[in-house]
Design a protein around this ligand. Structure first.
Ligand code: ADP
Ligand code: GLC
Length: 509
């Protein structure tokens, strides 16, 4: 049952008035598309990482190109936004749930929240203190099914359905159970991180309303269990991932997490599209969290941001403290992000001529390691465990170097924020980090950051030493900062590539 009538829904959609304004140059995107997106996070409503940033920014970028996007995410605890727009019945295995959908609308984009207090009114998105909620298969099967029931009941004619990560992996699987014309809508599945595969016991199949025929190597079966991620990969027409380099990497055993064979066999349908960053949210020239605005032509404001970060984190604000290069990190504290390498460095970091600020949360052992380092070296190392949007912006603004020694990195957003904020990134050359950071060349002075290849503490430390030496060469450093600030990682180009992906998926069988 739909609560709002068609007219009200159209109003909610709040179409941009001047279509010609939205029409891009050339005739590629003359036809406006309607896209249904399904994901488990979208900023500012629910965020644990970059997925939320992408699911917030990509729909807006598509809307700027003249398209319409409905994004369905769970109505987690604390999401108060939205007006009720519909009630739909969601069958799942033997159970049937009624859900009210709430929506928030802005021009071209509606964020629709699927409500189920039993599943989503909880302290965390995926699980408490390192343990996933045991009913995650049911929670995210519900999300997928609710999105499809909405699509069926609303009468919207979507041109493509775009699902993100394992939490939405059942969307293309369950779509096969829906009636036409919905069943024939082209599907695109985006992998933001292959390390999270949504693997569960096969006994879930009947409870999720799925047949045992899906327990096959050509379907959901993954080492005798089922994988939602595999469902997304196998049953979507087109697969995308979030950088061209990562699209190549996941076809190799080192980065494929056991899926490399599947990717190789579907390499014609696998596309790498680099994430953009939201230039409204991340712009040092008008970032409300920074003490002074700055940009490539007025870099002085960075000094005020550095001072603020030193104060906030209790590091010395003396002349010496301000002179010393400040290395920032904002991250989930997990192996993926290189925290094992950093831990192996032991007490090497505080011996360098630099200060370090870390903002993050994740594995207890890494939280404990950084808190202990900060306690031992209060003049050099500061760590804040937790999630803090304001502090993240200030670190991006105030740090001199930003460190991301990732083991693998599908795209990574923080290095792009750093480039924009004149904070020189030091990264391992993998995935999106490889695609976005150009290594400094001391003979020509070109480059936007520092990169290293070998995943070892030695390579990381050597590169960090090289970066800190280079920092003393103020002219070279400034050139690098400005080169980074001039790179264009806005969403515009990437959104066009997604439109091409939707069009391509529509042409595929
Ligand atoms: P991932 O999604 O793998 O964690 P990304 O670099 O793509 O990595 O995105 C991480 C996003 O989460 C960025 O927007 C980053 O600023 C943010 N973030 C991560 N940890 C924190 C934290 N502790 N506080 C605030 N923001 C954080
Ligand atoms: C994942 C990846 C990260 C990427 C983000 C958004 O969390 O780990 O590299 O930037 O998704 O696509």
């Amino acid at each position: 049952m739909i609560l709002a009538g068609r007219d009200e829904l159209d109003e909610l959609r709040d179409r941009p008035l001047d279509r010609s304004y939205n029409a891009p140059a050339g005739d590629m995107f003359e036809v406006e598309m309607r896209i249904l997106m399904v994901a488990s996070e979208a900023a500012p409503f629910a965020k644990t990482g970059g997925l939320a940033d992408v699911v917030a920014a990509l729909p807006r970028a598509l809307a700027r190109l003249g398209h319409f996007v409905d994004v369905v995410i769970p109505r987690y605890r604390g999401v108060a936004a939205g007006e009720p727009i519909a009630r739909v019945t969601v069958p799942l295995g033997g159970q049937v749930a009624e859900t009210t959908l709430h929506a928030v609308a802005e021009p071209g984009v509606r964020t629709i929240f699927a409500d189920h207090a039993g599943y989503f009114d909880r302290d965390y998105l995926y699980g408490a203190v390192g343990r996933d909620y045991p009913d995650n298969p049911e929670r995210f099967a519900f999300l997928a099914r609710a999105a499809l029931e909405w699509a069926a009941a609303s009468g919207e004619r979507y041109d493509a359905i775009h699902a993100h990560d394992w939490q939405a992996g059942l969307v293309p699987v369950l779509l096969r159970q829906m009636a036409p014309p919905l069943r024939g809508v082209p599907t695109v599945f985006t992998i933001h991180n292959l390390a999270y595969q949504g693997v569960f016991d096969a006994s879930w199949l009947p409870r999720l309303g799925l047949g045992w025929e899906l327990m096959s190597v050509n379907a959901l079966e993954y080492w005798d269990r089922i994988s939602f991620l595999k469902g997304g990969i196998v049953f979507s027409r087109l697969i995308t991932t979030v950088s061209p380099r990562y699209a190549r990497e996941i076809q190799t055993p080192d980065y494929g997490f056991g899926f490399d064979g599947i990717f190789l066999s579907r390499s014609a349908d696998l596309v790498g599209i680099l994430n953009g960053i939201d230039y409204d949210e991340w712009n040092p020239a008008r970032d409300p969290y920074l003490p002074e605005p700055f940009d490539a032509s007025r870099l002085n404001g960075k000094a005020a941001a550095k001072r603020m970060v030193l104060e906030m984190f209790g590091l010395p604000v003396t002349h010496e403290g301000r002179r010393r290069p400040l290395v920032g990190m904002i991250s989930r504290l997990v192996d993926q992000k290189g925290f094992d390498l950093l831990a192996e460095l032991g007490d090497e970091l505080p011996r360098l001529d630099a200060s370090f600020v870390l903002l993050g949360s994740g594995e207890r052992r890494y939280e404990a390691h950084w808190l202990a380092l900060a306690a031992r070296y209060p003049e050099r190392i500061a760590a804040k465990i937790g999630f803090d949007e304001a502090a993240a912006h200030r670190i991006e603004g105030g740090a001199d170097l930003f460190m991301m020694p990732s083991q693998f990195e599908p795209c990574g957003l923080n290095q792009m924020y750093s480039l924009r904020y004149g904070t020189v990134p030091l990264v391992r050359a993998t995935g999106g980090l490889y695609d976005t950071v150009r290594n400094f060349d001391s003979t020509t002075g070109s480059g936007t950051g520092f990169t290293f290849d070998e995943y070892s503490p030695r390579a990381l430390l050597g590169t960090l030493r090289w970066a800190l030496d280079t920092y003393r060469n103020r002219a070279a450093w400034r050139r690098m900062q400005i080169a980074g600030m001039r790179e264009d990682y806005s969403w515009d180009a990437s959104a066009r590539e997604y439109v091409e992906a939707y069009e391509r998926a529509a042409r595929l069988p």
